[in-house]
Design a protein around this ligand. Structure first.
Ligand SMILES: Cc1cc2nc3c(=O)[nH]c(=O)nc-3n(C[C@H](O)[C@H](O)[C@H](O)COP(=O)(O)OP(=O)(O)OC[C@H]3O[C@@H](n4cnc5c(N)ncnc54)[C@H](O)[C@@H]3O)c2cc1C
Length: 359
């Protein structure tokens, strides 16, 4: 009957069984069916009613296989190309970053030569090395003037982190930047005197300065002439006229204040744990009072509470019951001064320090 293909047995079942393990071993090279086909005894007679059709089918089949492998290889190649370029880009970026970083370190250690002061230029005197003065100095083109800086502090202090120094969370050196360090990176040389300005004479156009440090030389007060003067001496601590504040409390404005507070806290804690200490005395020693519910007061009270929770409680479990922090604020709401900055901060302060008018 036309169209019927006489099917010949491919191989005996036993031969196929023998070939299977070998086929598995050579899986990477060829498929078992191929091996079987190879091992098949040569057909004596092949009767194909439609040989052309079969041939074309085989060709089509094999072509289809070739195309799909090629496509797969192309996709693989594209994937590898993307990976290769990503790797190259990362590699080059890392090297460029390293070079830039090294260059910056080198430049910070080896700044360019500075121009010497020029008598023909005007003299600009800057008082203070706080936020105001340092912001000006960092932006100032010192080539245009002869710049002189006068301040009793030869470093800039990053005050927002000062409360963290009171408990040792941050080391004070981390928030101090020597003034001379950034001054030597200016294009023209800047003169710095560690001294306090005691008087300004506008008529004579000069200021009087005094070396107020512990070590004084033969000359410790003199005058500095100026053409232009910038006054950035900040503000003094306010006591609001309350008697005893200066004598009996500690301020928090300078590094020395933070160090004194830190020493006082630890002294109170150690004295409270002294042998046979009276319970009432322990309570008194471990009661810390912070006056002022502004940003500094709230931050410091928070630092104190964190110090107690995270360190003191673990080191000395005995003091857990007696350690208290009280925040005193004259206005009705704790954190009322924070409100000037952000309402969310004030709300957070309220939650952290519940109001108790009697305290
Ligand atoms: C603990 C703390 C936390 C703070 N946190 C924040 C905050 O998070 N955000 C914020 O905006 N503000 C904060 N502040 C406030 C901020 O620090 C001040 O507003 C800012 O320092 C004021 O800058 P200033 O340049 O006017 O004065 P200061 O920074 O106080 O600088 C004054 C400079 O003048 C010098 N000087 C003093 N007397 C003389 C003199 N006679 N002759 C020459 N030099 C003199 C001083 O040595 C000092 O270098 C904080 C303040 C403190 C104390």
């Amino acid at each position: 009957m036309a169209g019927v293909v006489a099917m010949k047995p491919l191989a005996s079942a036993s031969l196929a069984r023998q070939l299977q393990p070998a086929a598995r071993r050579t899986f990477a090279i060829s498929r078992p069916s191929c091996l079987i086909a190879k091992a098949r005894p040569a057909p004596r007679t092949v009767t194909l009613s439609t040989p052309v059709l079969r041939q074309s089918f085989r060709r089509a089949y094999s072509e289809r296989g070739t195309v799909s492998v090629e496509t797969q290889q192309k996709v693989k190649k594209r994937g590898f190309r993307v990976l290769r370029w990503t790797w190259r880009f990362t590699y080059v970026s890392a090297i460029a970053g390293l070079v830039y970083f090294s260059y910056n370190i080198y430049m910070s250690r080896h700044p360019n030569e500075q121009q010497d002061p020029d008598p023909k230029k005007k003299t600009l005197v800057v008082l203070g090395t706080g936020w105001g003065s340092v912001s000006l100095l960092k932006k100032l083109d010192t080539e245009n003037y002869n710049v002189v800086v006068v301040s009793p502090r030869n470093y800039f202090l990053f005050t927002p982190l000062l409360p963290s120094c009171t408990t040792g969370t941050i080391e004070h050196r981390s928030i101090m930047e020597p003034v001379r360090n950034f001054l030597r990176h200016k294009k023209a040389a800047v003169t710095f005197y560690e001294a306090e300005c005691t008087k300004i004479d506008y008529e004579k156009r000069c200021i009087y300065i005094n070396d107020d440090s512990e070590i004084k030389g033969a000359v410790h007060s003199t005058e500095v002439p100026f053409d232009m003067l910038v006054v950035g001496v900040g503000a003094e601590n306010a006591t609001f006229g309350i008697p005893g504040v200066r004598e009996h409390s500690l301020f928090l404005k300078e590094v020395a204040d933070a160090q004194a507070i830190r020493k006082r806290i630890m002294d109170c804690v150690e004295t409270a744990t002294f042998k046979d200490q009276e319970p009432e005395e322990v309570k008194r020693l471990l009661h810390m009072v912070v006056v002022g519910g502004g940003p500094t007061g709230v931050e410091f009270a928070g630092e104190l509470q964190d110090f107690f929770q995270q360190d003191l409680k673990k080191w000395i479990p005995d003091i857990t019951e007696n350690f208290h922090v009280t925040l005193v604020e004259a206005l009705p709401n704790v954190g009322s001064l924070i409100t000037k900055f952000d309402q969310a901060l004030a709300d957070n302060a309220h939650r952290s320090f519940p109001c108790s008018p009697s305290n």
